[in-house]
Design a protein around this ligand. Structure first.
Ligand code: ZN
Ligand code: ZN
Length: 411
């Protein structure tokens, strides 16, 4: 017997360029149980939305909830307890922007995930990879050129986004440890990056044998490998090794886009972070060498959105923001909306995001059996994606797993 009935909701989930006709949504426990016109259940609490827009709870496929500053070397040195409490604030803000599920691409551990699942804090449902794997001098090696001190402490530091491993046996051990510790997928750094000191973009990070070793273990565990990538040659090599999800992917060739469309891997662009880093990165602690790297990838990433969309590649909504830049999380909607249709942008944070997370039917949809995660929007985001911005100001109701997390009095 449903306990809650939401009436007259026009649903926008990215599957259509128009909202649905008014629908009723029945919720029991933490799940949707029935969706259709004119439902009624005796004794159920009723919220009448009078034709307002409802969306599935939003999904961000690329976040770092432990990134309390854009200076990631400094972040890795911070005390674990402080990072955990600061992450709680970062996650609460994400939930208040309407993100009811996020996929963490390096840093968050089983402890944070358990705390969220146990209701110790209001936060998005967390999907984690544990520590991202990087080689010496790769994207999570923050030591720079002037010393080689031991970095075996990284796996024990909550503020470290990744850990360092070199050679097939070390890479195998790291993959197995992350899976043992609760990783739901494995993240590798397979290219150079912006926010780290010694890895130019286009650096073929890890050997083919190392990447294949990670993929073999992840697949054997029943999951997949996602890789941080920009450069086309690095992307082709990762695909050849069996990597199934491309993070960023800014410098991908047309041939690679066609291949991904054909083979069905996923791409998670993260344009807002480059856009904002270019403007404000230095202010938030990004070292000058990193700021200089941004232009190499920023414009290419934006140009590529339409190409990916046209080719039919499944894209996830990603942001990848660090430190004081987290409040820009919803800016990716309007930024993408300049290049691709609004329904496709929305789908990247709902149904397509659920595919990226391998949680199809569980999140990103308002359908029986899915978690009862939804947001109400003041206006139609298909006409104005900016309604999803402004820290949830146009989102009067946020529900996660059947529990109301935000409800303003005007509703
Ligand atoms: Zn990355
Ligand atoms: Zn990232």
């Amino acid at each position: 017997m449903p306990a809650l009935l939401i009436k007259n909701a026009r649903i926008v989930d990215g599957t259509s360029p128009e909202p649905t006709a008014p629908m009723d949504i029945a919720i029991e426990g933490d799940k949707f149980v029935e969706v259709g016109p004119s439902l009624s259940f005796e004794g159920a609490e009723v919220i009448d939305l009078k034709g307002a827009i409802v969306m599935p709870g939003l999904i961000d496929c690329h976040v770092h909830v432990v990134a309390t500053t854009a200076n990631l070397g400094q972040n890795a040195e911070l005390p674990n307890a402080w990072v955990a409490l600061k992450s709680a604030h970062i996650m609460k803000d994400m939930l208040m922007r309407g993100f009811t599920t996020v996929r963490d691409l390096g840093g968050a551990d089983r402890g944070l995930q358990m705390a969220v699942a146990d209701g110790l804090l209001d936060a998005p449902r967390l999907v984690i990879c544990g520590k991202a794997l990087s080689q010496s001098g790769g994207h999570t090696d923050y030591r720079g050129a002037f010393h080689n001190r031991d970095v075996s402490y990284y796996p024990e530091k909550l503020g470290a986004l990744g850990r360092i491993c070199d050679g097939v046996p070390e890479v195998q051990r790291a993959t197995r440890e992350e899976l043992k510790n609760g990783a739901q997928f494995i993240k590798i750094m397979a290219d150079g990056g912006v926010s780290s000191p010694s890895d130019p973009i286009g650096y073929l990070v890890f050997s083919v044998d190392e990447i294949k070793a990670v993929v073999e273990i992840a697949k054997g565990f029943g999951t997949y490998v996602s890789a941080h990538l920009y450069d086309d040659a690095a992307i082709v090599r990762a695909l050849d090794c069996g990597v199934e999800c491309i993070e960023h992917g800014n410098l991908m060739s047309e041939a690679t886009i066609a291949r991904i469309a054909r083979e069905g891997q996923f791409v998670v662009p993260t344009n807002i972070t480059f856009d904002y880093l270019a403007k404000e990165g230095a202010k938030f602690g990004l070292p000058p060498a990193s700021v200089a790297k941004i232009e190499d990838v920023r414009e290419a990433g934006l140009d590529q959105l339409a190409k990916l969309h046209k080719a039919g590649v499944t894209m996830g909504y990603g942001t990848d923001l660090l430190g004081g830049m987290h409040p820009q999380q919803s800016g990716e909607f309007a930024l993408r909306g300049r290049y691709i249709p609004a329904d496709a942008v929305i789908r990247s944070a709902t149904l397509d995001a659920a595919k990226v997370l391998r949680m199809e039917g569980k999140v990103g949809t308002i359908a029986p059996g899915a978690f009862a995660d939804l947001i109400v929007v003041d206006g139609n985001p298909l006409e104005d994606l900016a309604l999803l911005a402004d820290q949830g100001a146009h989102i009067p109701l946020i529900m996660q797993g059947g529990i109301v997390k935000k409800q303003t009095s005007c509703l």
